[in-house]
Design a protein around this ligand. Structure first.
Ligand SMILES: NC(=O)c1ccc[n+]([C@@H]2O[C@H](COP(=O)([O-])OP(=O)(O)OC[C@H]3O[C@@H](n4cnc5c(N)ncnc54)[C@H](OP(=O)(O)O)[C@@H]3O)[C@@H](O)[C@H]2O)c1
Ligand SMILES: *[C@@H]1O[C@H](CO)[C@@H](O)[C@H](O)[C@H]1NC(C)=O
Length: 345
């Protein structure tokens, strides 16, 4: 149908081409240090299997990231433990070389892994990250967890404030523009605010309809910290190759909103995050879903519609490393883990 219409005239052809190749203009949040973070990021964690983090084959992820840049993504979320820093970096460098973007147009978030919490190890990890990305600096360096472990994954008692001070040095050295936290609870964030020299500008936590994080988001917002929401689709998608209880793509609350706005249930959930000032970082390696997930900045949910989605809340986490529950800095409630443990050594 569309392709037939496109043949009618040059004008229509141009319009059709425009509609198909539209670059989405993503808004940004101002952070505490004056820098800006694009309001959506592309997740690049490809999951795990028996061999650890799943790695990209035949430059699949690199190609996804270059395509993402073409459709308007300007923010990428990676981590040392994901094994994706090099392909994300490669894609960014390719697009800079092509002249499509400048380095300052993209925002790269990465994370320090738990095995490198000691002061002298932070700089080693940082340099390894820069080496892998092939870039001079990253935009945001997050402490992935408050939990430090030794090389053999036994618990380390390294204080996360020692780690934080070392991360502050990374800003001073110019290796990262900003620093922040991931998987920290309110008391732990408060400690960093009280004892740190630089305030964390961002907090990355699990946020989806089954864990709406009302209290922690309100706390972060009051402190001026930008919240990034990981695993935004919650139970809507398969996790660890399994289905979990909770709303699915055919949920009537989501499908009725999708119909009202001419969007998909996945887009409704991403917009619900945006309307709560949370930066969603959905992961996809599928070209169609890549476009779908960023196409959420031309509508807005009403207050009562946000509230309706909030009702799914059941404080359900899919990232729940139970083997760290006995660590002195374990950030979450200590409850039995019904799902597989990622990152088990
Ligand atoms: N800080 C942390 O501790 C932490 C923990 C977990 C995750 N993260 C970050 O958050 C990112 C996202 O989280 P996540 O990967 O756990 O979960 P997610 O983004 O909620 O879900 C990803 C899954 O949804 C599918 N999907 C994507 N878009 C879709 C759409 N529009 N419709 C239907 N299915 C869709 C993807 O498959 P396809 O690829 O086939 O589309 C993939 O299976 C990660 O990649 C990582 O960067 C951080
Ligand atoms: C990364 O480190 C390796 C090994 O030390 C080196 O050969 C390579 O040139 C480095 N790459 C970059 C981009 O600095």
């Amino acid at each position: 149908m569309r392709s037939n219409m496109c043949r009618i005239s040059i004008l229509l052809l141009l319009a059709c081409y425009g509609a198909m190749s539209a670059v989405v203009d993503v808004p940004k949040y101002k952070m505490l240090d004056g820098r800006e973070m694009p309001a959506i990021g592309l997740g690049t964690y490809l999951g795990f299997d028996k061999g650890g983090a799943v790695t990209s084959k035949d430059k699949q992820l690199r190609n996804v990231v270059t395509e993402a840049i073409d459709v308007g993504y300007r923010h990428f979320d990676t981590a040392a433990i994901y094994n994706t820093e090099s392909e994300v970096g490669e894609a960014i460098r390719m697009k800079i070389e092509e002249g499509v973007i400048k380095r300052e147009d993209v925002f790269l978030t990465t994370k320090l892994w738990n095995t490198h919490h000691k002061r002298e190890e932070v700089i080693i990890a940082m340099k390894e990250t820069l080496n892998k990305t092939g870039l001079d600096y990253v935009d945001l360096f997050l402490m992935h967890w408050p939990i430090g472990v030794n090389a053999d994954y036994t618990h380390s008692d390294t204080d996360f404030m020692e780690t934080w001070h070392a991360m502050e040095d990374m800003v001073k050295l110019g290796f990262t523009k900003s620093i922040g936290l991931s998987n920290f609870n309110k008391m732990q964030i408060q400690r960093v605010l009280n004892e740190g020299t630089i305030k964390p500008v961002a907090l990355q936590i699990e946020v989806h309809p089954q864990i709406i994080q009302e209290e922690l988001i309100a706390f972060a917002k009051a402190e001026g910290i930008v919240v990034m929401g990981y695993s935004p689709f919650g139970s809507l998608v398969m996790r660890f190759g399994m289905e979990f209880p909770g709303p699915k793509m055919d949920d009537p609350v989501l499908t009725s909103l999708a119909q009202k706005y001419g969007k998909t249930p996945a887009q409704i959930v991403l917009r619900w995050l945006v309307d709560r000032n949370v930066v969603p970082i959905p992961k996809t390696v599928n070209p169609k879903r890549l476009r779908e997930n960023i196409n959420i900045f031309d509508f807005k949910l009403e207050e009562d519609e946000i509230e309706k989605i909030n009702q799914f809340d059941s404080n359900t986490r899919y990232t729940l490393p139970s083997f760290w529950q006995t660590h002195p800095y374990y950030p979450f409630e200590q409850i039995p883990n019904p799902i597989p443990d990622p990152f088990r050594s």
